[in-house]
Unconditional design. Structure first.
Length: 140
């Protein structure tokens, strides 16, 4: 009988519910074309099958079609006079979709808790740095 994965790869002996290894090593392999981008928000929600869609986006003002600038006496570009947008764009924000993921509710919760933990860690570091600066200033 052939089983996959092989028993020696297993962390848990499924026959005896016994842990076979006390550690495992995980290697992270990134794609050669991985593209890091800042995300300013996420849009999504539940799917009909009970998964969660999350589409990360970057939000910005639209780029004008044309910018009109004065020309200085030395022939360099001077003060901006006007910006020309497509109809209605000057009151619009753009959300450029960067990537989308489909998650199970359990995976979404796990990732959400991980993100919250990282945010709390950074906020504590910033708080500690501000407190140290205040303490240093009051000692002076």
């Amino acid at each position: 009988m052939c089983t996959w994965p092989p028993r020696e790869w297993s962390i848990i002996d499924t026959d005896a519910d016994e842990i076979l290894l006390d550690e495992m090593h995980v290697r992270y392999i990134g794609a050669l074309d991985i593209d890091w981008r800042p995300a300013t928000g996420v849009w999504g929600g539940p799917t009909p099958r009970g998964d969660i869609i999350a589409a990360f986006f970057f939000e910005k003002q639209p780029t004008p079609e044309t910018v009109v600038q004065e020309i200085n006496p030395d022939r360099s570009a001077g003060r901006e006079r006007d910006r020309v947008f497509r109809d209605g764009d000057h009151h619009t924000f753009e959300r450029h979709m960067l990537c989308g993921v489909v998650l199970t509710p359990e995976r979404a919760r796990s990732i959400g808790e991980w993100l919250i933990g990282k945010a709390e860690f950074i906020e504590q570091m910033q708080h500690d740095a501000a407190q140290a600066a205040d303490d240093e200033e009051s000692d002076a």
